[in-house]
Design a protein around this ligand. Structure first.
Ligand code: TYD
Length: 216
């Protein structure tokens, strides 16, 4: 029985998801909610190994392998982390979910038909759909420069991880893909434009999350 509330953040590389995830969890915890923050890829022990295999630029894996590793990471994450926390009544805040695969592997890489990719994802996640998805929009130029800065600080991948190295055209397809998906899932997607300050965006996200949690 699912009793918790499931919040997902999506957006291109460098769009500021981790900052907004931290701020939202802080605000919701101040209100007394039990929050669990997690991320994909790499939200479990096995997932952290998969994450390095997927993102390490030195690892030469095929695009199909990349897809199946993301799905494996997600299946493990939902089974071990997300579903138990939701059953426990927690507010789960997750950076990236299957929309990332629909956009990066489906729309940007065009690896396989969208409907089939959706079915594979639904199988991986036991049909668990988020209650709300906050989509942080940003231009490919801005996102890529931010992502490269943070991966130099946070990881050993100089010049970005394997996916960031795909470059600006790829990031343009990613952004277009997200905007398309946001229209498709418009009852749960909240689109946040790039022009606003961190505080303004965080305030809008908090108000929207609170409203939806209270009406759940
Ligand atoms: P990460 O460092 O987590 O990116 P960010 O901080 O921007 O969220 O790296 C994850 C990368 O993997 C990112 O480039 C998006 C990509 N990705 C996919 O291509 N497909 C997926 O299903 C997921 C979850 C991520």
């Amino acid at each position: 029985m699912r009793e918790g509330f499931f919040i997902v953040f999506e957006g291109p590389d460098g769009s500021g998801k981790s900052t907004q995830v931290k701020l939202l969890s802080k605000h919701l915890m101040q209100d007394g909610h039990h929050c669990m923050v997690t991320e994909e890829p790499g939200g479990t022990d096995a997932g952290r190994i998969l994450r390095d295999t997927i993102l390490n630029p030195k690892m030469e894996i095929s695009k199909k392998t990349e897809l199946f590793l993301f799905l494996a990471d997600r299946a493990e994450h939902v089974n071990k982390v997300i579903e138990p926390a939701l059953n426990d009544g927690k507010v789960v805040i997750c950076s990236r979910y299957f929309y990332s695969t629909l956009v990066y592997q489906g729309i940007a890489r065009k690896l396989l038909p969208y409907k089939l990719l959706t079915k594979l994802n639904m199988f991986a996640v036991n049909d668990i759909i988020p209650d709300v998805v906050f989509y942080l929009d940003c231009s490919p130029e801005y996102g890529l420069s931010k992502a490269k800065q943070s991966s130099q600080v946070a990881s050993s991948y100089h010049n970005g991880d394997r996916i960031e190295r795909e470059g600006i055209e790829f990031q343009e397809k990613v952004r277009e893909g997200y905007l398309r998906i946001a229209r498709q899932f418009k009852s749960i997607f909240v689109v946040l434009p790039q022009q606003k300050s961190i505080e303004e965006v965080s305030d809008r996200i908090y108000r929207e999350a609170k409203r939806r949690i209270e009406h759940d």
